[in-house]
Design a protein around this ligand. Structure first.
Ligand SMILES: [Zn+2]
Length: 55
């Protein structure tokens, strides 16, 4: 469920801390109205944002 790649197949932007990822998710919510979840990536061990369980 957690992914290192976008659906386009490119690596997602990674954040070194959960706080930074959450901050970016908040910005995305304000700008796009998109509610994003933050998660620790098993692949690169950074934090990514993603849509909560869309499939
Ligand atoms: Zn990753």
């Amino acid at each position: 469920m957690t992914s290192h790649f976008t659906k386009e197949g490119t690596p997602k932007k990674g954040y070194r801390t959960e706080a930074k990822a959450k901050q970016a998710a908040q910005v995305s919510w304000v700008i796009n109205g998109a509610e994003l979840q933050t998660y620790r990536c098993d692949f690169c061990h950074l934090w990514h944002m993603g849509k909560p369980f869309s499939r």
